[in-house]
Write a protein that binds this ligand. Sequence first.
Ligand code: SF4
Ligand code: SF4
Length: 76
Amino acid sequence: MERTDCGKYEWVKVDPDKCVGCGYCVEYCPRDVLRMDEETHMPYMKYRDDCWYCDVCRFVCRTNALELETVPYLIR
Ligand code: SF4
Ligand code: SF4
């Protein structure tokens, strides 16, 4: 699967000023949606369509670097 075009459709947002690249969000995502970007050392949504919008990634982030954008009703 191709990498998601983060700029257009991503709804898990990462604050680069807060992310420390620990990878917890990637590790604990129950849907295996996230991957670490090898260049930026930050997570991104590789399998966006598998996201349950469950909030686990945000919950486990110790630096509050993650935010979940509101997802349009039809794709939730
Ligand atoms: S909201 Fe849930 S399913 Fe979606 S990326 Fe975060 S942990 Fe994974
Ligand atoms: S859990 Fe938070 S600090 Fe760690 S990689 Fe994910 S977004 Fe970055």
